[in-house]
Design a binder for this molecule. Structure first.
Ligand code: HAM
Length: 418
């Protein structure tokens, strides 16, 4: 065995798994386009400062999980841990806001976080993200969640639960933080070590701690929704009413605070009961303050990112389409071999998946190769067939054979592959 192995948490996606990925990625492109989003490709690495400024210096992602390296001139660069920061940078850099009041962008690609690998959690993983930049109207929020929900539903993902919350504005959050600290500080010693630290730099994260003692404590904590002023509260209510009018089921989760600092107002996640501990399929929300924080014009925005690796894991087998026909050409003999080259080309140009094996010379070995490749049909072409201008089509499952005219095989074959 080779001494080289892939890095822990960084996996190969082998051809046998690609049909699952193709279904999910095709649906992502289709839904994003149907909802008016345009694809954008952002770089895989950026200046480290972009992520610190966007995601926040006190978050797990920035503190512990970024793949950061000095470039050759010493500048700090980071492999993208997520896509929103890069899209926001591109939006500002290319003045994308000038061409349209609402820029709707989407992306697919690998992201990198140094997390402890486990089922559904990787160090290189893949996201499908959408970002709608330029409008604060609650219906934009509804549209984003509608896209997400229908994307998941089209894939028949089981046991979905959409959780909604509002983080309010920065000022409302600050007011809430003060209330939360007042509530938690006397209980500090009963919190887990992580939460004791969070109390100092990110007290909201105490709310989504999984440790049972912390959960029991925060059960009675003040709720952020109660700190929202009329405008934020109305916005959230309009979002929820919009979801109801579209028949999208949701639950309210006041613990949903998200792990990245740029969020404000509407936030949401979808989990699936078919996955283990890493059961969050998507996270998203508004980030109305991010553009300004990055030096751009104040611009409201909202988006989400789906963890594609998890969606692929949750995809039911019933969604994998039957294999499309694969025709194997078993040609032998001098004339058969010669004619075979042209037939193969004709079939491929006619849009038929076709392959052969140049090594085997006996029909027995050729049929064995056809089976190994998973061919659904085999075309048998020897010198006799060329002389009599016919070719034999064998159904590999039923083993039934029929003769077809050689010179128009590429035209006739599609009708015989059904
Ligand atoms: P996030 O919650 O950090 O949000 O990640 C979104 C999704 O990516 C998660 O729900 C999960 O499905 C997947 N994911 C995250 N880390 C891993 C991992 N180590 N292995 C496998 N899957 C993972 C964001 O990234 C935001 N940029 C989302 C967003 C876009 N908000 C607004 N616009």
């Amino acid at each position: 065995m080779s001494t080289f192995r892939s890095i822990k948490g960084v996996k190969d996606i082998l051809p046998e798994n690609m049909p699952r990925w193709n279904i999910v990625e095709d649906a992502a492109h289709r839904f994003a386009r149907n909802y008016g989003f345009h694809e954008i490709r952002i770089p895989t690495f950026e200046n480290t400062e972009l992520y610190i400024r966007s995601i926040g210096g006190a978050t797990d992602v920035v503190e512990k999980e970024m793949y950061t390296f000095p470039d050759r001139d010493g500048s700090a660069r980071t492999l993208r841990p997520e896509g929103t920061a890069g899209v926001a940078r591109a939006y500002i850099e290319h003045h994308l806001g000038e061409s349209s009041h609402l820029q709707k962008l989407y992306y697919l690609g690998p992201m990198f976080r140094h997390e402890r690998p486990q089922a559904g959690r990787f160090r290189q993983f893949h996201q499908f993200g959408v970002e709608a930049i330029g409008k604060s109207h609650p219906f934009v929020d509804v549209e984003i969640v509608d896209l997400l929900w229908n994307f998941f539903s089209s894939l028949d993902l089981p046991g979905l639960n959409l959780e909604m919350n509002s983080l309010g504005t920065l000022e409302e959050r600050q007011e809430y933080k003060a209330q939360l600290l007042e509530f938690l500080t006397p209980l500090r010693d009963d919190l887990c070590g992580n939460c004791q630290r969070r109390l100092e730099n990110n007290p909201l994260r105490v709310l989504d701690c999984k440790v049972i003692t912390c959960r029991n404590i925060t059960e009675k904590a003040p709720k952020l929704l109660d700190c929202l002023k009329t405008e934020s509260s109305d916005h959230f209510q309009e979002v929820l009413t919009g979801l109801e009018s579209l028949g999208i089921p949701y639950t309210l989760n006041h613990r949903l605070v998200r792990g990245l600092d740029y969020y404000s107002m509407t936030t949401f996640e979808v989990t699936s009961t078919s996955l283990g501990a890493q059961n969050t399929l998507v996270g998203g929300g508004r980030y109305d303050g991010l553009m300004k924080a990055l030096g751009g014009p104040p611009t409201p925005a909202i988006g989400f990112a789906v963890g594609l690796d998890r969606v692929v894991l949750a995809l039911p087998d019933s969604r994998i389409p039957p294999k499309s026909p694969l025709v194997f050409l078993a040609s032998f003999g001098k004339k058969g071999f010669q004619a075979g080259m042209q037939i193969l080309q004709q079939l491929r140009l006619a849009g038929i998946q076709a392959d052969t094996d140049y090594q085997s010379t006996s029909l027995k070995n050729l049929l064995r190769s056809a089976n190994r490749l998973g061919a659904t049909h085999t075309l048998i072409l020897g010198d006799d067939e060329v002389d009599s201008n016919h070719i034999t089509l064998r159904n590999m499952e039923t083993k039934v054979q029929e003769n077809l005219p050689l010179d128009s095989i590429h035209l006739q074959l599609p009708n015989h592959l059904k």
